[in-house]
Design a binder for this molecule. Sequence first.
Ligand SMILES: *[C@@H]1O[C@H](CO)[C@@H](O)[C@H](O)[C@H]1NC(C)=O
Ligand SMILES: *[C@@H]1O[C@H](CO)[C@@H](O)[C@H](O)[C@H]1NC(C)=O
Ligand SMILES: *[C@@H]1O[C@H](CO)[C@@H](O)[C@H](O)[C@H]1NC(C)=O
Ligand SMILES: *[C@@H]1O[C@H](CO)[C@@H](O)[C@H](O)[C@H]1NC(C)=O
Length: 282
Amino acid sequence: MREMMWIFAVIIFSVCETWGLDTGSPQSTLMLNTSSSAPKVYVVRNASFNLGSDVGLTCSNEPRSEVMFVLWKIELKYKQCSIAHNNDGQSEDSCNDGKSLRYTPTAVYLHIPNFSNDDVGVYQCEMVYIGGSDAHKINVDIIAPPSISAWLEWKGNKMVAVCKAERGKPAASISWSHLENSSSLKTWSGSDGFFTVESHLELPENMDPKNLSCTVRHTYWEEEKTLVPKLTAATRPHFTMMSIRIVVIIVAVLAVILFFAKKKLRCCGVAGRETHNPNLCW
Ligand SMILES: *[C@@H]1O[C@H](CO)[C@@H](O)[C@H](O)[C@H]1NC(C)=O
Ligand SMILES: *[C@@H]1O[C@H](CO)[C@@H](O)[C@H](O)[C@H]1NC(C)=O
Ligand SMILES: *[C@@H]1O[C@H](CO)[C@@H](O)[C@H](O)[C@H]1NC(C)=O
Ligand SMILES: *[C@@H]1O[C@H](CO)[C@@H](O)[C@H](O)[C@H]1NC(C)=O
């Protein structure tokens, strides 16, 4: 039956070719090793997926029954690999990282479970089906939410509110409920392509920071997130330094008192029996 299909397909292709239709070069792409015969025209598109999601990349909308051969060539940051399958049951997977070809009655797609930054890269697919072939090149990127925090800190004797969104992709945006135009924004990007955004807002002396809040927006979230910057123990250098000094002084005073008390106790406790040598005491 399979053999019949192949023969049928080849006949169809030959017919198409004699009619001058553009079918790529299906005869040679029928082999698993297609490195030499890849169609040269790719449909290029970009796609971004949420961190942790299960992704299905499609190459073509041909129904499963029509598909004869699928090849995905995947170029990731640290490796290149390929996954291929033909309807003769031959398959190849040099990725070995959980990606797989999946067949449903209506489509054939590449399944990427639990999408992570390691899956970011260029995905090229070639698909041969009865009547034609498709080649797609998909630039795949990740959407990862930043971790967010906000606090108040002292800069000299001015209070500064800070709002931070760490390691997001793409970069998050930060806005303030008050005094938006006196804030300053800094953005860093790491070598792994993640962005950290930090906004500083210097508060006027008479301002009560109670009502101040910052809002962080990111495409990963359906809703924006609002934070109220608070003074925390760790961000109160003035008070921390002062309390450390006070503790040190108290400990020193206690140590001195203890030292003399002990000395006196020893002398005086012993004094009852050794009254003959009072010089030992002080
Ligand atoms: C695939 O084809 C290339 C050149 O066309 C050849 O060098 C290579 O050995 C082939 N690989 C396999 C596994 O057949
Ligand atoms: C997805 O991957 C992350 C780390 O890469 C892991 O911590 C988590 O457990 C995985 N989730 C599932 C459902 O496999
Ligand atoms: C911010 O904008 C307000 C009006 O929108 C203006 O009165 C104020 O001077 C601006 N502050 C700075 C620091 O630009
Ligand atoms: C803070 O908000 C409350 C009500 O939400 C308002 O009554 C108060 O005037 C605000 N304070 C400042 C300093 O804006």
